[in-house]
Design a protein. Sequence first.
Length: 145
Amino acid sequence: MTRQRNTLVICMAAAGMLVSLYLFWSKITSQFYCPIGDCSVVNNSRYAYIGPFPVSLMGISYYCILILLTAASRRGEYAVKPVILRLHIWAGFGYSTYLTGVEWFVLQAVCMWCVISYVLMIGITVVSCLKRPLFFSFTEHEANR
């Protein structure tokens, strides 16, 4: 990925980490602010845990690792291989899609914060897979064609 894409992925991952931190804090304190949907139904369901760990804690870990992998992806000879970064991103996208499906179709509830996290994951996946530049800059030669 280009430096521009890395920066965008890091920003979206940081936003995802903040959402996950909020959900984890809400889980601990049992104080959910959810203006749209019913976050307490989603975050208190059996699907909100992997073993003894809340999914929000796993989200914090995931986004933190994503930030580190993305930052390390352009570090010369010590750079993380692009395939490792993309596999991490696709794994997160797949699991996030699964959780969103459970939320909508099994629990029949919507958590605004979970949807925000999913939209960020979609954005991260799309940005990491683009082949063309994000922002086009035409030279005079290209503009005259």
